[in-house]
Design a protein around this ligand. Structure first.
Ligand SMILES: *[C@@H]1O[C@H](CO)[C@@H](O)[C@H](O)[C@H]1NC(C)=O
Ligand SMILES: *[C@@H]1O[C@H](CO)[C@@H](O)[C@H](O)[C@H]1NC(C)=O
Length: 347
C-alpha cells in the first residue's frame, strides 16, 4: 500500500471546508461576470405591511424579516409556533388584528424562503437565483442598475407538503450611490427590541399608528409599486404570482436601495478577494505537511526506512536542489545569450 496521493488528501480536506461555495454567500454574488458583496446588508431586517383584507373590522399586520447573510434566529420571548422553522432566511409573521375588538391578535408564521434541513427533503432549499436588473425584460421603467435575487424553499402551511402554497422572495437590490442600505432600518430594529410589549402599550400610540396604517394601506393598493418610504429596504408586494414552472407561488417582493448593488461598488473591505487565496495556500501547506508526515510514518513502520528514505518520494525530493540549480543555469543562459551574442550591447 502506498501513502495517499496529495490529490486525495486535498479532496478529503476540501470536504471539511466551509461549504459556502455551494450555498448562498452574501459576500460573493456572481452573475454574468458581475460581482456583488452584500456582507454589509447582513443581519435581520424587518419590513411591515398592513393588509386591509378588504374588510372594515379586520386587518392583517405583517412583519417580514429577512437576513441575506444568515439564517434567522428567533427573538427572545417569541413563541416557537409564532416564528418560522429553523433554517428560514425570510420569514413572514402575520397578526390578524380585530380593529374594534379587544381580542388578542391571531399570530401565524409563514416560511417564505430558507434551507430547511429537517423534515422536508430536497425541495425545501433556498436555491437562490440571480439576474442583473438591466437584463430583466419585464421592467417597463427606466433600466435600473443592480441585481435581482430570488430565494426559495418556503411553503405555507409548512408541514403539509401537498397543500402548502409555495412561497418565494424576490429582492431587487438597486444601485443607489448615496445609500449604505440601512437607512430607515436602524430605528426600526431598536424599537423591536426595546418595546416587545407594544401590544399592551398600543392605546397610547393608537392615533399615530392608525394614521400610518391608513397611509400604508393606500400605498398597498397601487399594484406593482413599492411602499413610499425613505427607508432603503421597502416592501413592494406579497401576492400570488404565476411562474413558468409552478401554477402559483406566493411572492414577497422587496426593493433594497444600496450602493453595494452598484456594479462599480468598492469591496466593503478591500482585502476580501484574498480570502479564497489565503485558504488555498493554507490548505496546500497543511496537505503537504500531512502528506509528508503520514508518508514518513508509513515508510518508517512498513519498510523500516530511515533518513532520506523516510520521506515519500525521497529520491525526487533529494533531486530538487539539483533541478533548481539546473533550471537556474538555463535561465541565466537565456538571459545572457542576447548580450553575449553581441546583438545590442556593443558600444
Ligand atoms: C390575551 O393574551 C393574554 C396574555 O397572553 C392572556 O392573558 C389573555 O387571556 C388573552 N385574552 C384572550 C381573550 O384570549
Ligand atoms: C411586528 O413588528 C412590530 C414593530 O416592531 C411589533 O410591535 C409587533 O409585535 C410585530 N408583530 C408580530 C406579529 O410579530
Amino acid at each position: 500500500m502506498y501513502p495517499p496521493r496529495t490529490s486525495q488528501l486535498l479532496l478529503a480536506l476540501s470536504a471539511i471546508l466551509p461549504s459556502s461555495l455551494a450555498a448562498f454567500a452574501c459576500n460573493d454574488i456572481l452573475t454574468k461576470g458581475q460581482h456583488f458583496n452584500f456582507e454589509k446588508l447582513g443581519g435581520p431586517r424587518v419590513v411591515h405591511w398592513t393588509d386591509s383584507l378588504g374588510t372594515e373590522d379586520m386587518e392583517a399586520r405583517w412583519n417580514f424579516t429577512l437576513d441575506v447573510c444568515n439564517k434567522l434566529q428567533r427573538d427572545k420571548g417569541v413563541d416557537k409556533q409564532n416564528w418560522c422553522h429553523d433554517g428560514a432566511r425570510v420569514c413572514g409573521v402575520r397578526a390578524l388584528h380585530d380593529i374594534y375588538g379587544d381580542e388578542n391578535d391571531t399570530i401565524s408564521a409563514v416560511d417564505i424562503a430558507g434551507t430547511y434541513t429537517m423534515q422536508n427533503g430536497p425541495n425545501a432549499i433556498l436555491d437562490p437565483t440571480f439576474g442583473l436588473l438591466r437584463d430583466l425584460k419585464s421592467n417597463s421603467d427606466a433600466p435600473r442598475e443592480g441585481v435581482r435575487v430570488e430565494l426559495h424553499g418556503g411553503r405555507h402551511p409548512f408541514d403539509s407538503k401537498k397543500e402548502g402554497v409555495k412561497q418565494r422572495a424576490v429582492i431587487d437590490f438597486v444601485c443607489d450611490r448615496e445609500r449604505e442600505g440601512d437607512e430607515g432600518a436602524e430605528k426600526d430594529t431598536n424599537e423591536h427590541e426595546e418595546e416587545p410589549k407594544k401590544d399592551e402599550d398600543e392605546k397610547k400610540g393608537e392615533n399615530g399608528d392608525k394614521k400610518e396604517e391608513k397611509k400604508l394601506r393606500r400605498r398597498g393598493g397601487e399594484k406593482g409599486k413599492c411602499e413610499d418610504t425613505e427607508a432603503s429596504l421597502r416592501f413592494c408586494g406579497y401576492e400570488d404570482e404565476k411562474t413558468d414552472k409552478d401554477d402559483k407561488v406566493k411572492t414577497l417582493r422587496l426593493e433594497w436601495r444600496t450602493k453595494y448593488a452598484c456594479e462599480d461598488a468598492p469591496a466593503p473591505d478591500g482585502g476580501k478577494s484574498w480570502g479564497f487565496f489565503t485558504w488555498f495556500i493554507i490548505i496546500l501547506f497543511l496537505a503537504t505537511a500531512a502528506y509528508l508526515i503520514f508518508g514518513s510514518w508509513l515508510n518508517y513502520n512498513r519498510y523500516g526506512a530511515r533518513g532520506w528514505d523516510l520521506l515519500p518520494h525521497g529520491d525526487a525530493i533529494r533531486d530538487i536542489p539539483y533541478m533548481v540549480k539546473d533550471l537556474g543555469r538555463k535561465v541565466v543562459n537565456v538571459v545572457q545569450s542576447p548580450g553575449s551574442r553581441g546583438g545590442y550591447s556593443a558600444v
